[in-house]
Design a protein around this ligand. Structure first.
Ligand SMILES: NC(=O)c1ccc[n+]([C@@H]2O[C@H](COP(=O)([O-])OP(=O)(O)OC[C@H]3O[C@@H](n4cnc5c(N)ncnc54)[C@H](O)[C@@H]3O)[C@@H](O)[C@H]2O)c1
Length: 383
């Protein structure tokens, strides 16, 4: 393997350009068309950044702190700040060649068109909420469990607001199908499917390596994948309790650990750039849920993780927050005609006197002051 590991170098280069240009960029392998970049994008003159052999840790791997310092010095010496600001606002792409001894790594840096739009949208709008969606325009986002349900709604909302979105899911076929649908109507790729099992640390780590090598990093991680196995505590077996805990609680820990390592890497060269990790929690993370303890416990526990990780990550410019939606009655979790919660609750007698799916739905809607469930748009607004 090359000593110039792109999973270390590309995020640090991304940070350099963000820091100088003030806008998110995509840093991709120089060969081929970068994601989010139209084929006709003009290329600016290249930038060469030389590192020294002192960038290694004692075990022979690249030391990201030393590489960051080396890249910052080389960038300044090459007049990178002026070039980066000009190219970012000009909307072109630039090739950056990083050299270490006899090895080189060529990267292509480009700006998503949404980022430039957000600049013009924001002119004269300092205190206005009118350009609210510009908050994500041109940014790179990742949504776990993005193939269906709330995740798919968030993916659609981010893409239509001008973000580039990774759709990461156990159901790769579903994620790929949504990515293909979004890309079909766009002038350049706006979505990319990734295979992920949030309960498996190796899978989470490999996914963030793929992100680092494809776009040089990201700005927003929405940790949405979650599962539910409702049962009385008297009957629930250990396997189903652990399954819910592994995905909803331990899986969130894996996500934040590996997202945090990548976001901190970008922060080393872009110390003023704020990034976000948002967990889609639940109202069951704030209030107990009868015969649903495994789920509520995993969500309550995740609030503790969110608050603790937020305290630790603020020093790296990473915000960690949770959104606690109410029931999403229109999503497959509730509405699936065979396995959905409406059918399950009707058959199990959980709702006293309910004989039809409509009875179960009316029972839950009556618990909400607005008389309705949560929609994808509600959650997207919160994101
Ligand atoms: N549906 C609701 O009423 C509701 C209410 C409040 C909160 N939530 C929360 O919102 C989130 C999404 O819920 P939903 O109803 O849209 O779920 P859903 O079951 O409709 O979709 C979940 C998605 O996550 C994927 N997934 C499951 N396990 C995974 C794993 N180990 N790794 C990667 N991907 C995995 C699935 O393939 C699926 O695409 C969950 O965290 C859930 O707890 C849901």
């Amino acid at each position: 393997m090359s000593k110039l590991n792109p999973t270390i170098v590309a995020p640090l280069v991304r940070g350099l350009f963000i820091d100088s240009g003030g806008l998110p960029v995509v840093v991709a392998p120089a060969a081929g068309q970068a994601v989010g970049q139209s084929s006709g994008a003009k290329a600016a003159p290249g930038l060469a950044l030389a590192l020294t052999e002192t960038c290694f840790a004692t075990d022979g791997s690249l030391d990201e702190v030393k590489v960051a310092a080396g890249l910052k010095a080389a960038f300044a010496a090459a007049g990178g700040h002026t070039q980066a600001a000009g190219f970012v606002l000009g909307g072109s792409s630039v090739t950056v060649t990083v050299r270490l001894g006899s090895e080189t790594l060529a990267l292509s840096v480009s700006v998503l068109s949404g980022a430039l739009r957000s600049v013009s949208d924001h002119v004269g709008m300092a205190n206005s909420a009118a350009g609210r969606s510009a908050v994500v325009a041109g940014k790179v986002a990742l949504v776990t469990g993005g193939a269906q349900g709330f995740g798919a709604e968030i993916v659609r909302g981010l893409a239509s607001s001008g973000a580039f979105v990774y759709i990461a899911d156990l159901n790769l076929a579903g994620a790929a199908s949504l990515a293909a649908e979004l890309n079909a109507g766009a002038p350049c790729p706006v979505a990319c499917a990734l295979s992920l099992n949030v309960g498996d640390e190796a899978s989470v780590s490999a996914m963030f390596d793929a992100v680092a090598s494809t776009t040089g990093g990201l700005d927003l991680v929405v940790s949405n994948a979650g599962v539910l196995k409702a049962s009385s505590v008297l009957d629930q077996d250990e396997k189903s309790f652990r399954f819910v805990t592994d995905v909803n609680y331990t899986g969130f820990f894996f996500m934040v650990k590996h997202a945090g390592q990548l976001l901190r890497r970008q922060w080393r060269t872009a110390p003023s750039w704020m990034t976000d990790i948002v967990q889609i929690n639940s109202k069951s993370g704030l209030q107990g849920s009868n015969k649903n303890g495994a789920y509520a416990g995993s969500k309550f526990g995740s609030i503790g993780l969110v608050q603790s990780f937020a305290l630790e990550f603020v020093q790296y410019g990473i915000k960690v927050n949770a959104i606690c939606p109410g029931n999403f009655f229109d999503g497959p979790l509730w509405s699936d005609p065979d396995r959905g919660l409406f059918v399950q609750y009707m058959n199990s007698g959980k709702v006293p006197g309910a004989k039809t799916v409509a009875d179960v739905k009316a029972y839950y809607e009556a618990k909400v002051p607005m008389g309705r469930g949560t929609t994808g748009a509600d959650v997207m607004r919160a994101v």
